[in-house]
Ligand binder design. Structure first.
Ligand SMILES: Nc1ncnc2c1ncn2[C@@H]1O[C@H](COP(=O)(O)OP(=O)(O)O)[C@@H](O)[C@H]1O
Ligand SMILES: [Mg+2]
Ligand SMILES: [Zn+2]
Length: 373
């Protein structure tokens, strides 16, 4: 099994499988139920969070033979199967990123008049639509203004600001969100199970955090791990394969900083550096700790905004050490870490940015207080 297969294999086959986009799914299912599906959609948001999947689901639901324009494509009829196997003839995908699209859009403008081959609707999916040339946009606009009854357009973009307002105003716009780590973890557990393995909850959560909210990336990491590991995947296995520092070590570092134990903290950095761990990732997680601690310290009701970025046991560790810091310590800590993290790309001594940050975290505050006196 290779990593690509997994995220192709598990492309959602029905609207309810689309994770973390409830606002989009709800509205579109409803439009199908009422028989009021728009002729133009615009999906915006980062890569790998379900835009193309949603576009293809719309195309499938429009053509499903069993249900007509159903909000639940049957996945059994000949047309649904064509879609699921990537053989559908009435869906035309154009990638505006591969060229500036004028030939494709001209072809689209000429071809759109012809009725669909197999089903009742033709769906045009234009990916990275913001990359079309001015000329291509003008041609597209004409078509969007007077689409034939059998044509539906789904435009997708990662850079909404670059889509001309004239195009936006002629479509129904949906902003896709990064699914939460929790949602991603759940989806990964389901997939691992379908693949005949098990994925521990914290392992799934860790993959979700490493993928930074991209579901496709998360699935491709899972594929990579399932190819290398036996069927039962633990958090340690994930850390090992991804070459991540044990997040346990970040927890330890946070506690050492709280207790101002500089020698132990520097010894820990040395061990990590010698084992070849990615100290930039380590520092990012440490920054996440400080951010979370600052939020919690300042206002405990902010907890929902941080719980997605940390593993549950990490949140506990932060709460345990919280009162060893002042709110000012924590906000200063964020500034210090943030400043030093920028230096990882250019440092000649790999561990130096982290060492400096840690020393400043433990000592800078006192100096400043003394200066004031
Ligand atoms: N919201 C989601 N729900 C379920 N699976 C998803 C979702 N987003 C991405 N995926 C997974 O990632 C793959 C690529 O997603 P895709 O829809 O092409 O993302 P985008 O078009 O936003 O870049 C899908 O085949 C699926 O396996
Ligand atoms: Mg896409
Ligand atoms: Zn069907």
């Amino acid at each position: 099994m290779n990593e690509q297969v997994l995220y192709r294999k598990y492309r959602p086959k029905s609207f309810d499988e689309v994770v973390g986009q409830e606002h989009v799914v709800g509205a579109i299912k409803n439009a199908f139920k009422m028989g009021r599906v728009a002729h133009g959609f615009l999906f915006s948001g980062p890569r790998g969070i379900g835009k193309t999947s949603m576009a293809r689901l719309i195309a499938k639901a429009l053509n499903c033979e069993k249900n007509g324009k159903a909000d639940v494509p049957c996945n059994m009829c000949a047309l649904c199967r064509d879609f699921n196997e990537g053989r559908a003839v009435d869906v035309i995908e154009i990638d505006a990123a591969s060229n500036n699209g004028i030939d494709e859009i001209r072809e689209l403008r000429d071809g759109v008049r012809f009725v669909p081959v197999r089903g009742k609707y033709k769906t045009y999916i234009i990916d990275e639509v913001h990359q079309l040339s001015k000329q291509a946009f003008d041609a597209l606009l004409k078509t969007l203004e007077e689409p034939p009854a059998h044509a539906v357009f789904v435009l997708a973009t990662t850079v909404l600001e670059k889509v001309p307002a004239t195009i936006v105003s002629r479509t129904q716009h949906y902003a896709f969100r990064r699914p939460s780590a929790m949602d991603i973890a759940e989806r990964l557990i389901t997939i691992a199970k379908k693949e005949g393995g098990t994925l521990k909850k914290d392992a799934a959560h860790l993959i979700a955090l490493a993928a930074e909210g991209g579901l496709r990336d998360a699935e491709s990491i899972l594929g990579q791990i399932m190819a290398a590991e036996d069927k039962d995947i633990t958090r340690e296995a994930v850390e090992e394969i991804l070459g991540l520092p044990r997040r346990e070590a970040v927890k330890e570092m946070f506690s050492l900083i709280a207790k101002k134990d500089a020698p132990a903290a520097l010894a820990l950095i040395q061990t990590l550096a010698e084992s070849g761990y990615d100290l930039s990732y380590f520092s990012k997680v440490l920054l996440q700790y400080f951010r979370s601690a600052f939020f919690l310290h300042t206002d405990p009701s902010l907890k929902p905004f941080i719980s997605a970025d940390l593993l549950p046991d990490e949140l506990e560790a932060i709460e345990k050490h919280l009162l060893l810091f002042t709110s000012a310590d924590l906000s200063r800590g964020i500034t210090i870490l943030f400043g030093h993290i920028q230096n990882f790309r250019k440092t000649p001594i790999p561990q130096l940015p982290l060492e400096l940050a840690v020393i400043e975290l433990m000592h800078g505050g006192e100096e400043r207080v003394q200066e004031k006196k």
